[in-house]
Design a protein around this ligand. Structure first.
Ligand SMILES: NC(=O)c1ccc[n+]([C@@H]2O[C@H](COP(=O)([O-])OP(=O)(O)OC[C@H]3O[C@@H](n4cnc5c(N)ncnc54)[C@H](O)[C@@H]3O)[C@@H](O)[C@H]2O)c1
Length: 257
């Protein structure tokens, strides 16, 4: 049975991805800073083979213990999904060094540590697939998100670098770049009054938010060696056409009939 490790698995995209991998027949190792008893029980009730381990992805001690638990129980992970992340909406000139560092720790240091420790297992086997969850905010700037955008641009840089470094030893590394998704993160961000549903819908050619399932399906495609055998180092937008469309909103709205 193939083993997939998914970070930030308690809710949102991470939970949806864990559920999809369980359905596809993976043994799923779910990890999050939040308690996982409920999410693990939910997937087990649906017949999934899953386990949970609580911890902070930005702690190297935790990541090492997670990797060694997977190595002892399963030999190595076949798939790693670096999904855990936090958002921060703040004008750049008001962003403190502590806020900046916290976002970098979770969104960039964490994925690096997971890549490092699970990458070693994968390289030893000469097989593995890593999918990093970046964002359209990793492909272009979005106002008032200096730390978040920088972390996601960095994650794409890490993805490209590891794809080059490890591709010749059987380990593929790719990223997905979702547009706005209806999850707790979005509800919290929107609650701050930063934007509305219509702001997002107007900007997206497909006129809707991404669903967690849209993102999970793209992750599963990149994770699977058969479906994406020669895909390595890409940052795949899952954004309904957002990053491909430079039109202005009024023009886009005219096409909707
Ligand atoms: N929601 C969006 O609009 C959107 C858009 C593009 C990209 N993303 C990215 O998708 C990923 C998932 O986001 P989501 O929308 O499901 O968010 P979410 O807030 O619903 O879920 C994120 C999960 O990560 C966990 N987490 C946070 N810090 C952690 C840490 N230090 N260690 C371990 N787990 C931690 C949280 O507890 C939570 O369960 C994130 O990387 C996010 O940046 C989200």
């Amino acid at each position: 049975m193939k083993v997939a490790v998914v970070t930030g698995a308690a809710q949102g995209v991470g939970f949806e991805t864990s559920q999809l991998f369980a359905t596809l027949g993976y043994h799923v190792v779910m990890t999050d800073v939040q308690p996982l008893d409920g999410p693990v029980a939910c997937l087990r009730a649906g017949g999934g083979q899953v386990e949970g381990m609580v911890g902070d992805v930005s702690s190297e001690a935790f990541v090492e213990s997670l990797a060694s638990r997977v190595a002892q129980a399963h030999g190595a992970a076949d798939v790693l999904v670096n999904n855990a992340g936090i958002s921060m909406i703040q004008p750049a000139e008001d962003t403190t060094a502590d806020q900046w560092q916290r976002v970098m720790n979770v969104n960039l240091l964490g994925p690096f540590l997971l890549c490092k420790h699970f990458g070693r297992q994968m390289l030893a086997r000469r097989s593995g697939s890593i999918v990093n969850v970046a964002s359209v905010a990793g492909l272009g700037g979005v106002i008032h998100r200096a730390a978040y955008n920088a972390s996601k641009h960095g994650l794409i840089g890490l993805t490209r670098t590891l794809a080059g470094e490890w591709g010749g030893r059987g380990v593929r590394v790719n990223a997905v770049c979702p547009g706005w998704i209806k999850t707790e993160m979005d509800i919290k961000d929107m609650g701050s009054g930063a934007y509305t549903d219509d702001d997002i819908i107007d900007r997206v050619p497909m006129a809707r938010f991404a669903s967690p399932a849209d993102v999970a399906a793209a992750i599963a495609f990149l994770a699977d060696h058969q479906s994406s055998a020669f895909v390595n180092g890409v940052s795949l937008p899952v954004d309904g056409g957002w990053t491909g469309d430079a039109s202005w909103d009024a023009l886009r709205r005219k096409t909707r009939g």
